[in-house]
Design a protein around this ligand. Structure first.
Ligand code: FAD
Length: 126
């Protein structure tokens, strides 16, 4: 067993999940199509049903039901995600985050991008 095989708990799962959710929001299109909007609404509905943390679930489901995902644009969705996170922060007695700083804190993942040439090379292989 490696030394980094720490058991998962609400804290480590939460931190990793917020990284994923805010990065997902940062990558959401500025002008999403109807299909992209629906897909994100459905994703968040399924996500709140399936998030594997029982103590987190009731609060999360509550927030997503009361304030449905604002999927109109990148701006509304990143702000909505920030509000959801602040809802959890409040519930846990943590400091609230200034949502005007959300684009500074979370951005697109540069190393996640596939460069056009790599993509073409990959296409030639398959
Ligand atoms: P985190 O809250 O994990 O945040 C990580 C980083 O995000 C912060 O360091 C900060 O830079 C940034 N950040 C903070 N707030 C915001 C914001 N509003 N918008 C954008 N960026 C922000 N834990 C429980 O014990 N009980 C629960 O009921 C619970 N519910 C959760 C529900 C969900 C959907 C998720 C994803 C997690 C939940 N957690 C819950 C875990 C909890 O939210 C934290 O992730 C965990 O306590 C670790 O906190 P942290 O201080 O490392 O920062």
């Amino acid at each position: 067993e490696g030394e980094d095989w720490e058991p998962v708990d609400t804290t480590s799962l939460g931190r990793a999940t917020w990284t994923f959710l805010h990065t997902l929001a940062a990558n959401y299109p500025k002008k999403p199509t109807a299909v992209e909007k629906t897909r994100m609404m459905l994703f968040m509905a399924h996500f709140s049903d399936l998030y594997p943390c029982e103590v987190c679930q009731s609060g999360l489901k509550d927030i997503v039901t009361k304030t449905p995902p604002e999927v109109e644009s990148n701006k509304t969705f990143t702000r909505w995600m920030c509000k959801v996170h602040n809802g959890v922060n409040e519930h846990l007695g943590k400091e609230l985050f200034d949502c005007s700083k959300v684009d500074e804190r979370w951005g697109v993942c540069e190393s996640c991008k596939v460069y056009r040439e790599d993509l073409n090379a990959f296409k030639n292989l398959i």
